[in-house]
Design a protein around this ligand. Structure first.
Ligand SMILES: C[S@@+](CC[C@H](N)C(=O)[O-])C[C@H]1O[C@@H](n2cnc3c(N)ncnc32)[C@H](O)[C@@H]1O
Length: 275
């Protein structure tokens, strides 16, 4: 029976949504709107298919809860696995401040030893956002994320895009670094590059399919947002909304995947894809 104190799962918080909504949005939504749209649609479909209002969500490398806390506010139960004690501490504080401490569990662990700390096959959805860049073995990281799913479940995978980094370095006038990123096997622009690894859309979809999932959708994230001077967005009336709508329109087009700062891949188990 549903808990009357909880918001319905399909409720969408204005800040997270959406190029489609008419609600005013903050600048930070430029970084996350596309991912939230895809993720919330996928979770809404799972809610319908399972007949349960609250899903069990695992956020691998979930850090301080950028996604976990809003998901818990939607009524889901979220387990965050992260190796960083500081991130887990921040997560705990944030969940308490948001009034969802009872629905967020932080566990110290990593993507490789995932089943030392969480149950195999126990989750309706697994998030792996901004983590594959840092793990020792991305293929194993994805396989473990998939093994944490129930027979019907969805994987939300977000990782740094190679082309976006090349474009950003080039537009900043760092042409040698741009070429270095283009030719480096890990997509790094130099020794000062803080990101250990970047991916193409083909590499990410191959990882997802290699782990046995069907690719439900691929989206480019932050195609323009990181390239546009902030002053244009902040001072021009309506510019933020227009840019959000442009990001949403470009996100689905394969032509823009090769220049996106991040790439999002939605993976579905066969059962979930058919549901
Ligand atoms: C860029 S942050 C992303 C945090 C969060 N997923 C988000 O989207 O806001 C990367 C996170 O991955 C975690 N991380 C690093 N190595 C990891 C590993 N081997 N397994 C799981 N998480 C890891 C870090 O502690 C950090 O919280």
């Amino acid at each position: 029976m549903s808990d009357p104190m909880r918001p319905p799962v399909s409720h969408r918080h204005p800040q997270w949504t959406s190029s489609r909504s008419d609600t005013p949005r903050s600048r930070s939504s430029l970084r996350t709107a596309v991912v939230w749209d895809v993720l919330q649609d996928a979770l809404d479909r799972r809610v319908k298919a399972t007949g349960r209002e609250s899903l069990d969500v695992l956020d691998t490398g979930g850090g301080s809860g950028n996604f976990a806390v809003p998901l818990a506010r939607l009524g889901h139960r979220v387990t965050v696995v992260d190796p960083s004690p500081n991130a887990l501490f921040a997560l705990e504080r944030r969940a308490a401040e948001a009034g969802v401490a009872d629905r967020v569990r932080g566990v110290q662990g990593d993507a490789h030893g995932l089943f030392d700390v969480v149950e195999r096959g126990g989750y309706d959805a697994v998030l792996c956002h901004g983590v594959l860049e840092y793990v020792d073995d991305p293929a194993e990281g994805v396989r473990n994320a998939v093994a944490a799913l129930r027979a019907e479940g969805v994987l939300s995978l977000l990782a740094a895009g190679l082309g976006g980094a090349v474009l950003a370095r080039a537009l900043a006038g760092h042409f040698t670094e741009a070429r270095q990123a283009l030719t480096d096997p890990d997509g790094r622009w130099g020794t000062g590059d803080p990101v250990p690894r970047r991916f193409t859309a083909d590499q990410l979809t191959a990882l997802v399919e290699g782990a046995g999932l069907r690719v439900g959708a691929v989206h480019g994230v932050r195609v323009f947002a990181d390239l546009v001077p902030g002053v244009l967005v902040d001072t021009e009336p309506g510019a933020l909304d227009a840019l959000l709508k442009l990001e949403a329109a470009a996100a689905e087009l394969a032509a823009f995947h090769s220049v996106a700062t991040q790439l999002h891949v939605l993976g579905e188990t066969r059962g979930a894809a058919e549901a």
